[in-house]
Design a protein around this ligand. Structure first.
Ligand SMILES: Nc1ncnc2c1ncn2[C@@H]1O[C@H](COP(=O)(O)OP(=O)(O)OP(=O)(O)O)[C@@H](O)[C@H]1O
Ligand SMILES: [Zn+2]
Length: 492
């Protein structure tokens, strides 16, 4: 069975043939670490996690390398340090840790080098400055890049190191690379207006972009042939990808907001420095999580974080489920309704598969769906069918393939059912039997007395505590959610 993926570079769905089936190589642009990940940032993580799992399934765990970087040098980080009075290292260490915790909570595997956990699978940009400098020197030597000294104005001299010699910018000269713009399919005008936001003294053309920039004394800096300075964002990914995956690798991924200019610039740098035709054979881009039609983003301020949802009691698996119910190339919204439905579904699936042995291979139908350009909505509907047919083992295998791994320590989905008069569903006595039964009795009495108004009011109050109250064939019934807090009953 061949995996087919939509390749942004060709705008077609193509059969995926790895360069080396013994080591399938994927790079995904990671976060800039200065704040909590917002919910939109989790979308590429979950999408590429599914692809990673599929590749491991097809080629074997030891035959897939997945690299996702941390951008820990960036002007947004400097700004956060300046406004908070904290050190850059503190901010990047803390947010890196947060990111790892939040992405683990949504069921994402950590990237790995052929299945082995390794620092190199999650490289920090600051550990690759020497490689970035070498690549920039290479680009200059080959005539694709140039340098330009900053001009010392009346007050700028004092703020730079080594004031004797003006530090220099290094720029990539876009005109030298004929395939610039091919990935995103943009016109020169569109690219010029997109590039204008990036300032830089001494640029030959507004489209040229920064490879290296001088640092003032209050900015992070490294020694370089162009004076003390720091790298531009794009060169970070080119240098790390080359160093860890080679000059040409299989798949490069990220959100479609990165297609231009970031990925266009990565391609220009890598292909020109490495003398290759392609940086990656396949370019994959996920569409955006939106809020009222606009991209969820930090700059627009229309965001909430993954941690906000987790703290509100939305399980990470529910976040994952909601993302997978929309195809990765379609924009989507987060809604409370989708989260509720996902939670109900997962709750029933986890209960159905609880304790079921799960060795074996996931169903072919499911692999087929994922192999067709990661059709996760179809995969979920196949799981629905499997669940309806009652095939618990097959369901569990399928859930595992999609990353719903049923973590025993986080069994938010476990429920118990209490019936009147004091019987219960599971083998052991429910924890809150004695607290709940009197309320069920009272509800039954009100109904028998035909005082439906009071009965309904009581039901509403009980359901506010998290119980689900109904009248089953066995009589009044309360479904008790995992983590139920009986002290909430005291106010009724
Ligand atoms: N709303 C979104 N929906 C889906 N993916 C997103 C969204 N916003 C950002 N991403 C992706 O998240 C990843 C991390 O991006 P990055 O760290 O640059 O985001 P950011 O700069 O923190 O966010 P923002 O774009 O909100 O300023 C990238 O792959 C990017 O494409
Ligand atoms: Zn990148």
């Amino acid at each position: 069975m061949t995996i087919h993926l939509t390749n942004t570079a060709t705008r077609q769905k193509e059969p995926f043939v790895p360069l080396d089936p013994d080591n399938v190589r994927m790079y995904v642009c990671g976060p800039t670490v200065y704040d909590r990940a917002h919910l939109g940032n989790a979308r590429p993580v979950i999408v590429f996690d599914v692809l990673y799992r599929l590749l491991r399934h097809v080629y074997g765990v030891d035959h897939v390398t997945y690299v996702r970087n941390f951008t820990d040098v960036d002007d947004k980080i400097n700004a956060r340090a300046a406004e908070s009075g904290r050190s850059i290292g503190d901010i990047t260490d803390e947010t890196t840790q947060w990111y790892l915790e939040d992405m683990a909570a949504v069921g994402a595997l950590e990237p790995s080098i052929r299945g082995a956990n390794h620092d190199k699978a999650m490289p920090r940009a600051t550990a690759y400055i020497a490689e970035m400098i070498a690549m920039i020197e290479d680009l200059i030597a080959k005539g694709f890049a140039y340098t330009a000294p900053i001009s010392f104005g009346h007050n700028s001299k004092a703020v730079y190191f080594n004031a004797e010699k003006a530090p220099e910018h290094a720029f990539f000269e876009v005109e030298k690379y004929s395939r610039y713009g091919v990935l995103s399919g943009r016109t020169v005008d569109e690219m010029i207006s997109g590039a204008r936001s990036e300032r830089g003294e001494g640029k030959r053309s507004p489209m040229d972009f920064v490879l290296w920039k001088p640092s003032t004394i209050d900015q992070p800096d490294w020694e370089s042939p162009w004076g003390r300075g720091r790298p531009g964002w794009h060169i970070e990914c080119s240098a790390m990808a080359k160093s860890l995956l080679g000059s040409t690798f299989d798949i490069h991924g990220g959100g479609n907001d990165l297609m231009f200019p970031h990925h266009e610039n990565e391609i220009a740098q890598s292909c020109c420095a490495n003398g290759t035709e392609k940086m990656a054979n396949f370019w994959l881009h996920n569409e955006m999580l939106q809020v009222e039609g606009k991209k969820m983003s930090k700059s627009l301020g229309n965001f909430f974080t993954v941690r906000d949802l987790l703290d509100q009691g939305v399980p990470g698996e529910v976040i994952r489920f909601v993302f997978l119910s929309t195809h990765y190339r379609k924009p989507m919204d987060w809604t409370a309704e989708k989260a509720r439905e996902a939670k109900d579904t997962l709750q029933s699936w986890y209960n159905l598969t609880d304790g079921v042995q799960s060795s074996g291979k996931a169903s072919f139908q499911l692999i087929d769906a994922l192999s067709d350009d990661l059709n996760t909505p179809l995969a979920l509907s196949i799981l629905h069918e499997i669940a309806r047919s009652g095939s618990a083992k097959e369901l569990k295998l399928g859930m595992q393939l999609l990353g719903f791994t049923n973590p025993e320590q986080l069994d938010w989905w476990r429920t118990e059912t209490v019936f009147l008069p004091g019987t219960f569903s599971s083998g052991s006595t429910p924890l809150y039997l004695n607290e709940i039964v009197p309320f069920l009795r009272k509800w039954q009495d009100l109904r028998l007395a035909k005082d439906y108004v009071a009965a309904d009011a009581l039901k509403v109050k009980l359901e506010k505590t998290g119980l689900r109250i109904s009248n089953s064939t066995s009589g009044p019934t309360a479904v008790v959610p995992y983590g139920f807090d009986p002290s909430k009953l005291e106010d009724i």
